[in-house]
Design a binder for this molecule. Sequence first.
Ligand code: FAD
Length: 567
Amino acid sequence: MSEPRVIYWFRTDLRLHDSPALQAALDLDPATLWPIFTWDPHYVYRARGGLNRWQFLLDCQNDLSHAITRLNAKSKLFVLREAPQTLLPKLFKAWNVTHLVFEKDTDAYARERDEVVTRAAQEAGVEVIVRSGRTLWDSDQVVARNNGKPTMSISQLQAAGAKVGSIPRPIPAPSRLPDPGEMTLDFEQDPPVVQPDLNSDRRAESDTGYGQIAGPKGDFAIETMEELGFPSATTPHRGGESIALKRLGDIVDNHTYTATFEKPKTNPAQFEPQATTLLSPFLHFGALSVREFYWRVQDVVDSYPGKASSPPTSLTGQLLFRDMYFAAQAALGSVFAQTARNPCCRFIPWHLPSKRDPDTGLITGEYHVDSEQADAWFRRWKAGVTGFPWIDALMRQLRQEGWIHHLGRHSVACFLTRGGCYVDWERGCEVFEELLLDHEPACNAGNWQWLSCTAFFAQYYRCYSPTAFGQSWDKNGDFVRRWVPELKHLEAKYIYEPWTAPIQNQRRAGVRITGDGLTRREAGTYPKPMFDFAKQKAVCMSAMKKAYEIGLHGDDKAVLDGSWRSL
Ligand code: FAD
């Protein structure tokens, strides 16, 4: 039998430490190993990742590439600029590949993509090896041990996880890597490669150097922001396995912080440094192994002399939430991220900001109540000009940095949905999808369902105040002053409700509270609140009560055929 010639396909695992899939590739003792990353139009065009996430991805790729080169001077992360579904079948043949190895990805799109690639590999006689490594337990095994059902609570996850087995200990990074082989691209003339264009929802076919699979210089280099035509990212948070391991090391060195961490006690208004670990973007790109995170923390907890916290509020408890959403998504597939046809998601007839068909100009939306008013509220929420400083500060931090504290996410998500604007959670989820560094389809959709009380959580009468909640953490409003500089000099007693400040106090603080936030804003002004929160909260509560009483879910016939309107 010929010596293994292996493509190692990096996707959700931009690291060398604790990578079961990479270890499986090395266990083949291959003569040749190509570490590759392929462009995937799905993420570029459909998911519309923002610039900050792009920068983070490039950081992770560069860091990984250097780490590979340190183990083998002939190797690096080879970036190939074509969709894997069309590219890999050509590589199998041209490079005489015997094995394709990758980490399992249970995201709905990823499953479809991997099925296509796996079929092509089988046709080409290439053996495919897949290993789970993105979650604490293999999500499909968790689902199987949960009787094929989605995990809708931490206790379900813990019970199913215990049946799967103990969480594996991390494995060390490799100490050497094989040489890559020749990388001929004789087939390069066929399908045109697409060029990412952040300003367009549609694919733009490239007639430039981007059309080359190996990049403009033909060296499979990692793309740069300039080369992609992107302006600079605005986030201060940088990616890469080295930064992730250093940060995790610093965190676990602080035994008291690590062992006594209780999420509800961490301050969402604390910044520079933030109150939680900010390791989520590294987990998203796989620059940090979740099992490495889990066990480094658990070891500290086990040896801690005092009283340690425990799940679900502890640090390891946070990682269980992540696994819970991954397993719920693994069970439900693509319907997990939407209400329609999702049996676990309550149907609420939200106001849907009018979304117009670009061709016909008609308002689209299958079963929602279209509302111009909701449209304006949605746009103000997204732009961080609602007139509620706590909400605006959070939304501006999200846009600028790509990360906000979990309770900040609670605040803005509750406000947009059941606790203020009554806008469909899927619209908020889309905005987070664009702006978050750590955007994870399962965690994003799952948490939006939680906050909108459509799944996972049902206490819709417990609502976040857009004024009192921020104030309870940060009396002086330092977080608001940082992100809403218009209000920087306003006295603390008005900072969460600036519209209540008398004109002379506004004048002294150099700000005027006026306008709707959407029409052109004059310098030195901050908008009026977009509604009376107490009144709007009452409207939302009674609408939620009614929806709960009717009790429809996304897969009910009345929802799908629109007959819910007559209920
Ligand atoms: P820490 O508190 O330090 O927690 C450690 C790790 O545990 C995190 O890095 C994360 O991987 C995991 N974790 C913590 N809380 C949760 C949670 N509630 N659900 C799932 N995993 C959790 N998290 C994402 O990773 N991607 C998302 O797209 C995402 N979207 C969200 C949307 C909304 C509306 C809300 C309310 C929460 C969302 N979260 C998401 C969960 C959570 O807010 C972030 O994981 C967390 O704030 C990341 O910061 P950290 O790393 O400092 O977290």
